[in-house]
Write a protein that binds this ligand. Sequence first.
Ligand SMILES: [Zn+2]
Length: 191
Amino acid sequence: MRIGPANVEPYLAIFGRYLREQGLPVTQQRRAVARAVFSSPQHQSVEDLDRVLRENDVRLGKATIYRTLDLLVRSGLVEEHDFGEGFKRYEHRLSRDPVHHHLVCIESGEVIEFRSEELQRIVEETAARHGFRPTHHKLVIFGLSRASQESGADVPYRGITCPIEATGTGEAGGSGGASAAAEAPGSGDST
Ligand SMILES: [Zn+2]
């Protein structure tokens, strides 16, 4: 991917202003990382950004990329996501709907965004019912994208998930779920 043209300049200017407010220098490295993030609508990992930067003949250490991403997140211009993949992903929050949610394909890693007014309404109603003042919320739906399903991917076995099943038979009210784990240690009589 070629890093985009002039349309990211206003965002770079805002980031530059943030850095100056923090007493930090606006270096070429920081601008390069910010430009790579702002140039893509994707949810990019550090690996993705490193590759994009190399494709654009910018060679930076991973530590510099991490530190700059940290600053971008703290500036509020970039959002950090942990989709449980063992690494973080980053997306810029500019010129798009800040309230959106994600579908994450567990096979390909594809991230699809969606918006839902209905979900927004449920959040507001639920918060109101509990006298709760919401600040933000996240919904991530994991599964297989259409493309992954069509290429033959299947959902892997994820072990026993039903607590009633785990506690075995004859337990009335086994829906508590904790009894199996609580019973386990020391229950065997080893001499
Ligand atoms: Zn997103």
